[in-house]
Design a protein around this ligand. Structure first.
Ligand SMILES: Cc1cc2nc3c(=O)[nH]c(=O)nc-3n(C[C@H](O)[C@H](O)[C@H](O)COP(=O)(O)OP(=O)(O)OC[C@H]3O[C@@H](n4cnc5c(N)ncnc54)[C@H](O)[C@@H]3O)c2cc1C
Length: 591
């Protein structure tokens, strides 16, 4: 028992008896919320309540290669995009709708994600700052990336861009296929550098860095909440779904939160602040239900408007072509039959090594420039995820979680059942097309309308087509030709009328196998009061409302050029520090 108390990896307890009032109530224990709750409760004089709609993570979600199996489980909200309008997408999926998994579990989407650790490009943050978000320049956010980090690759911690000793363990997977080396060699052949893409420059190729610890997933719950599970001033309430933030209409002060737990409704008060960290879908939904959002939209649902803000607008996501598959001859790829064996499982359990530590199957990453990228070459517009597997490699699990239609799977991927395959996912880093999250009902249990509006801007389509052509060039390098790599040319049933490799063929393909790696952001955009689209100010306080902040991926003014988990954790760190600074200043000025 004593050992359990002191083990920094003992799971936090689900608080049974809650106080009526806390200094801070944090809504959502995801990538950002877990960080915020952990950091705020460092002050022993403050009481903090963390409300999380889901339960706890488990042994399955801990295993990196099983990342895809956590989707569509009870840990997943299982959102879907609404069917598209004039700009078609997700046509290869049942009902023309893409699945949008989000974590409904302590640790949030960091429990479902592929664990890839990428910080984005310096210029992303310079752009945020240039748009009025003072304090978010790269030099101001880098210290917060470092503060979290416990990097376990010594060659990286020697540089000024990495740190050890933080809560969040980051490391390369201890295992990889030989094709990962071909991927790096291909990059060199094409004139790119193999470098730390989280370091000085982002352009180039590298082996994936991931949020894993001793071969297992390092979610933000594991990283930031387990080590503080003995703190008396931090209560974590699981299976507690927030319905509304209560805001006094006169003073415009957020003073309490209403939530449902085990079928009962509760109200808990916040003495100092309410912090909303429910993610890019949950946060705008809760704000709108609480009277903060676009006036006309709220009036449609007869919700009294307390602050007329563009909540839910500006939805951004990284989108690309899924299922771009290449075939090789040698038995060196990641196939279910080859790697889901007892020997592999034992290697993972006993040695914390082996194929099961592979980061969601993504072994390599690259950032490259199409002809549309800025001339400096330092702000790439396409990212690749390299996987030594494809849609067919994991039985029908990938088909299930992507929602692929039988007709597509059976004609394009099923014939590859026995083939040795690998995949490149070309992803658009800075999409011009933006979408929205809107209420469908006043009922908090009804999921909102999620419309990413992919490909409404022609430039997005053209850039992605360039990205696909560069991917074909990667397969054509000597590094991959050693394995006789060639593209799988079977068209999607809806694209048979186009000749392979024409622009029309690729546009049709991306509108069919539209693939997101689930990076929705920007629905509660950060910006100064002059910015008509801003929801929160640069200190993450909701415009027009007192004592309410949003701290999660939804505040990004523009999506970062890279995977969004690490930047969201950084936002959690910086947001928590701003709260500390602001309350410190208040005490000083009142004393
Ligand atoms: C399948 C998948 C793969 C991904 N792969 C990667 C990757 O490899 N690398 C990467 O960098 N990024 C990846 N991402 C994206 C990344 O994980 C997210 O950007 C990040 O986790 C977002 O953090 P957040 O704090 O904004 O939201 P979340 O982490 O989603 O947290 C929101 C939390 O709020 C809770 N919540 C929501 N509504 C309520 C409510 N009403 N009441 C109480 N609680 C509520 C949720 O249950 C959740 O725990 C992936 C995402 C997914 C889904």
């Amino acid at each position: 028992m004593k050992y359990m108390n002191h083990d920094p990896e003992t799971h936090p307890t689900d608080a049974r008896r809650l106080y009526r009032e806390y200094d801070f109530v944090v809504i959502g224990g995801g990538s950002a919320g877990a960080v915020v709750a952990s950091r705020l409760s460092e002050n022993p004089k403050w009481t903090v309540l963390l409300l999380e709609a889901g339960g706890d993570e488990n042994e399955i979600s801990d295993i990196p290669t099983l990342a895809g199996y956590v989707q569509m489980s009870e840990m997943d909200w299982m959102y879907q995009t609404s069917p598209p309008g004039d700009s078609p997408y997700c046509l290869a999926m049942i009902g023309d709708r893409c699945n949008w998994p989000r974590g409904k579990v302590l640790g949030g989407s960091s429990v479902l994600n592929a664990m890839i650790y990428v910080r984005g490009n310096k210029r992303d943050y310079e752009q945020w700052a240039a748009n009025g978000n003072t304090g978010w320049e790269y030099e101001n956010v880098l210290p917060y990336f470092l503060k979290s980090e416990d990097n376990r690759n010594p060659y990286l911690t020697k540089t000024p861009y990495h740190q050890s000793g933080g809560y969040l363990t980051v490391q390369e997977s201890p295992w990889r296929t030989p094709l990962s080396i071909a991927f790096l060699q291909a990059g060199k052949e094409m004139g790119y550098e193999v470098r730390d893409l989280n370091g000085e420059k982002q352009t180039g190729f590298m082996l994936s860095q991931g949020t894993i610890r001793r071969g297992s997933r390092c979610s933000t719950a594991k990283a930031f909440l387990r080590p503080v599970h003995l703190r008396k001033n931090l209560h974590i309430a699981l299976r507690s779904q927030v319905q509304k933030i209560l805001i006094d209409p006169k003073s415009k002060r957020a003073f309490a939160v209403r939530f449902v737990r085990n079928g009962r409704q509760y109200i808990v008060k916040a003495r100092k602040e309410v912090v909303l960290s429910a993610g890019a879908i949950g946060s705008p939904q809760i704000l709108m239900l609480s009277g903060v959002g676009p006036k006309e939209h709220l009036q449609d649902f007869k919700i009294p408007v307390l602050s007329d803000l563009k909540v839910g607008h500006n939805l951004q996501d990284h989108v690309g072509l899924g299922g771009l598959t290449f075939i090789v001859d040698d038995p060196i790829t990641f196939q279910k039959d080859r790697y889901q064996t007892m020997a592999v499982a034992l290697e993972y359990i006993l040695k914390e090594r082996g194929p099961m530590t592979s980061l969601g199957g993504v072994e390599g990453l690259a950032f490259v420039n199409t002809k549309y990228a800025p001339e400096s070459g330092l702000w790439p517009d396409i990212q690749y995820h390299f996987a030594p597997s494809s849609i067919n490699s994991d039985g029908e699990q990938v088909k299930k979680i992507t929602g692929l239609r039988d007709s597509v799977y059976n004609t394009v991927y099923k014939p590859l059942k026995k083939a040795e395959t690998w995949t490149l996912l070309p992803l658009l880093l800075r999409p011009r097309s933006t979408g929205w999250v809107r209420l469908k009902s006043k009922d908090p249990n009804v999921y909102p309308d999620i419309n990413p509006n992919y490909f409404t801007h022609k430039e997005d389509v053209l850039t992605l087509i360039e990205g696909i052509r560069i991917a074909l060039n990667i397969s054509a390098t000597q590094a991959f030709q050693r394995f006789n790599s060639r593209p799988h040319k079977m068209p999607f049933p809806g694209c048979r009328q186009y000749e392979f490799d024409t622009d029309e063929y690729w546009e049709c393909s991306i509108r069919h196998f539209t693939f997101t790696i689930y990076h929705p952001t920007s629905t509660c955009k950060m910006g100064p009061s002059e910015d008509p689209d801003a929801v929160v100010d640069p200190r993450l306080r909701v415009h027009g409302i007192n004592n309410l902040r949003v701290i999660d991926a939804s505040i990004m003014p523009t999506i970062v050029s890279g995977n969004t988990n690490a930047p969201t954790i950084m936002i959690g760190e910086k947001g928590a520090d701003m709260i500390k600074e602001d309350w410190d200043n208040k005490i000083r000025s009142s004393g």
